[in-house]
Design a binder for this molecule. Structure first.
Ligand code: FAD
Length: 288
């Protein structure tokens, strides 16, 4: 049965302090509601158990993209359209722009938020691989104060996160790449647009003296949650671009994935295609 709106209680606080006050009084009772593009789908299908919502839309503290010398900080309510339109994001984090461009269509990009994409925690979501590849940190806020969590430690399993019931994602902080860097993003879906990823891979590398000095690889749709490809990274870091061990890295990548069969792709397809995308990324990197 579809959801029934009169059953719902929606509070619209106009400051973060008021929102945190509500969370402090009734922890776990209020479900944050950002753009609603994930929540409304579940609601409409009658599968949303929550009936009490904390609408975040008036919390100016969670909006905007702030730049300083070393980082960009995205308010959790930052939309895909805002990401696409921000010059500093294009300059420092091109993978994130590419992720935003392939997320839904314009209506979703105007309304869906970065914080919502993270906390909805779909293994197939489009921004998490890029956030992993850029070493993102999350700033979480609750009635107890602020804490920071490395994004690659945030997802604990399928839809399980290091996020307490009374915590909100406040900001997503990305350190600016330094030195000579390489960026790569690839989403494989049924179509170019409006498709859920069968697999996705984002990478960011720092190159020094013709060697791979640092490398971050984020994967989507190949595990219960978005994951770093730490085994593949370890096989590659320190190697000369002229002789990247592509076969060894493809092999190591198998240890980073635990894909499943579902309606979009088989586990076998996901493994092989992710290995192929890695190979493609490394050939691009060798020519960079
Ligand atoms: C037609 C359609 C196409 C889509 N296409 C794509 C796609 O191509 N790629 C993709 O990745 N996604 C896609 N999505 C999913 C969705 O649009 C994104 O995940 C979006 O970023 C969700 O953001 P939101 O603000 O709408 O989240 P909401 O629906 O408001 O919330 C999602 C979850 O996050 C929680 N939440 C939100 N903000 C916070 C916060 N600040 N702190 C704590 N918890 C919070 C909510 O309680 C809820 O559990 C699509 C959805 C639709 C309907």
């Amino acid at each position: 049965m579809r959801g029934y709106l009169p059953d719902c209680d929606i509070r619209v606080p106009d400051s973060l302090a008021a929102a945190l006050d509500l969370l402090a009084r009734e922890p776990g009772v209020w479900t944050p509601f950002a753009g609603g593009t994930d929540l409304m789908v579940v609601y409409n299908a009658g599968r949303l158990k929550a009936t009490r919502f904390l609408d975040l839309s008036r919390l100016s503290e969670l909006r905007g993209i702030q730049e300083d010398e070393t980082s960009l900080a995205f308010g959790s309510l930052t939309t895909y359209t805002e990401i696409r339109e921000c010059r500093a994001v294009h300059q420092h984090f091109p993978n994130l722009v590419k992720s935003a461009r392939v997320t839904g269509a314009l209506a979703i990009q105007n309304r869906g938020t970065l914080g919502g994409n993270i906390v909805n925690a779909s293994p197939a979501a489009d921004t998490p691989p890029s956030l992993l590849a850029y070493g993102a940190e999350l700033e979480l806020v609750s009635p107890r104060g602020l804490r920071r969590v490395a994004y690659d430690r945030f997802h604990l399993g399928y839809k399980r996160m290091d996020l307490a019931a009374d915590e909100l994602v406040a900001r997503i902080i990305l350190p600016k790449p330094t030195g000579r860097s390489f960026h790569y993003f690839r989403k494989v879906g049924t179509r170019q647009a409006q498709a859920i990823a069968k697999v996705s891979l984002a990478a960011h590398a720092r190159i020094e003296d013709g060697h791979l000095a640092a490398l971050w690889i984020g994967l989507g749709s190949v595990a219960p949650a978005p994951v770093r490809a730490r085994n593949a990274e370890a096989a590659l870091i320190g190697k000369p671009l002229a002789a990247l061990p592509i076969e060894a890295a493809r092999e190591a990548l198998l240890g980073d994935m635990s894909p499943i069969d579902d309606i979009r792709a088989s586990a076998h397809y996901r493994s092989v295609v992710t290995q192929n995308v890695l190979g493609h990324m490394l050939r691009d990197l060798a020519g960079a």
